[in-house]
Design a binder for this molecule. Structure first.
Ligand SMILES: [Zn+2]
Length: 265
């Protein structure tokens, strides 16, 4: 899964320090990331990095955000990060999550004053009213709905026609993860689930999400009724038949589908 980068280690403690040669210095726009000579840029690639924001460290190297692009920058879309080799897919993805949070936390949501970085922790504080804001992580569930040897998968309206994945959705205020599983599966497919059990979890920085994976049981004779504004199709797939195209290997959906194929649940 995306965060499994051993023997590499992402150290997310907030211990800011000066950037040194060899440290990764990242320049993002709202849609793109800058590469330098086809690689993740380091401090040496910048003539004028501007003010740098410390993020975290990857093994012995720190990562920073820069206000300015590197020399000879080649801009690539954010989605290219997922295709990078590890540990960069995870580390640069996590940096993108923080870039998005810093970008949206420049002004206080309560009083409109310019926010300042806390000196002691990864938080933005308002010097006028004291409002403190931490990085936002949106919890979501993803669920393998099973009935005997069958798995229910759905095709989102934005997915290609031959692509299916597990039912997923964001946690609403005031509900538990298990309640969210029951609600999301019913809303998206019209199917009632029971015996909801935890399987795996994973940070998914590309959508500022934390994914929590479950398995739940359902009855395959219950009629499927998809939520048409989100889901184009949903159907049962047999464990022994050929599966459709499913999410790539860094996604938790892929791990859970592989567990099901290996009869782990
Ligand atoms: Zn304020």
């Amino acid at each position: 899964m995306l965060h499994e980068i051993a023997p590499h280690c992402l150290n997310n403690e907030y211990r800011p320090r000066e950037a040194q040669n060899g440290d990764y210095v990242l320049y993002f726009t709202q849609r793109e990331l800058a590469l330098a000579d086809g690689k993740v840029p380091t401090l040496e690639n910048y003539a004028t990095p501007g003010k740098l924001q410390y993020l975290f460290s990857l093994d012995e190297k720190a990562l920073f955000l820069s206000e300015n692009p590197p020399e000879n920058a080649e801009m690539v879309p954010h989605r290219a990060i997922r295709q990078m080799e590890q540990p960069f897919a995870f580390a640069i993805g996590t940096a993108l999550h923080l870039y998005g949070w810093y970008d949206k936390t420049r002004f206080c949501g309560r009083c409109g004053a310019k926010m300042e970085h806390s000196v002691s922790e990864r938080a933005m504080t308002c010097p006028a009213c004291g409002n403190t804001v931490y990085p936002r992580i949106n919890p979501a569930v993803i669920v393998a709905v099973v009935c005997g040897n069958k798995l229910l998968m759905a095709q989102g309206v934005n997915m290609p026609e031959d692509f299916y994945s597990l039912v997923a959705g964001y946690l609403e205020i005031g509900e538990s993860m298990e309640q969210c599983v029951i609600r999301e599966v019913y809303e998206e497919t019209g199917v009632h689930v029971r015996n909801v059990r935890f399987l795996k979890n994973q940070p998914w920085p590309f959508t500022e999400t934390f994914m929590v994976g479950f398995v739940a049981e359902a009855d395959d004779t219950e009629p499927i009724c998809v939520q048409e504004n989100e889901i184009r199709d949903a159907k049962w797939f047999d464990r022994d038949s050929l599966l459709p195209r499913t999410p790539d290997s860094v996604a938790i959906a892929s791990t859970i589908i592989a567990m099901w194929q290996r009869h782990e649940f």
